[in-house]
Design a protein around this ligand. Sequence first.
Ligand code: PEP
Length: 258
Amino acid sequence: MPRTPLIVGNWKMHKTIQETVDFSLRLKDEFAKEKDPRVEVAVAPPFTSLAAAAKVLRGSPISLSAQDVFWAESGAYTGEISPKMLADVGCRLAIVGHSERRQYFHETDDSVNRKAAALIKEGLIPIICMGETLSERQGRSTLSVVEKQTRDGLKGLADKDPENLVIAYEPVWAIGTGHTATPQQAQEVQAFIRQLLGEIFSSRIAQGMRILYGGSVKPENIADLMAMEDIDGALVGGASLDVQSFAQIIKGAQPSKR
Ligand code: PEP
């Protein structure tokens, strides 16, 4: 089943409001140069820049994503942001379970699951991140780690209209290290994730779902990754901070290049 490629730029804790505006204007220009863009694109600025990015990107084909969310609708949760607030500011997607949040902020599969459910309920698209650490890969437990993250992270979502949900396979050892997984390594895990999605949802739903790869994606390696059957796009960190390199990654993900 053809799946429209999706490229998401995760800016992490980078860019002020003015830098966000400048970047978004330039990205819009770059995108306008593509006569037939067959790639969906989203940027995930920090919370403080979402409103400014939304203003610039409104009416453009570039979507806005948050980097995280809290599952409650509202309440006494100092510092947190609800799915409704993200929808209100113009987000269409939100990343959940990024390995940095799992590592530094004690995110668990259970919290990932609650966040994903809350996003779907609000009509937003969760990008659910998962992936093994280096020692887990060396210990040959990559598939069991990813299976647990998938089954626990997606628990109960089958009755919640999961069609639009996006998975991002991001081996922790590849994030921000310059060590990209080989296309074959990523394909092996992503085919396994799709098989799990088939068991959890249905094979029809699994075939339509996008599974992104993340971990040191650059203009030089995007085409080889995208050539793989089960790689439907990329979650890009460092290389998404520069408009030129992000635009080249978007170009490299065009289906004609596959
Ligand atoms: C990420 O943070 O999701 C990521 C993939 O980062 P990088 O591209 O810098 O490895």
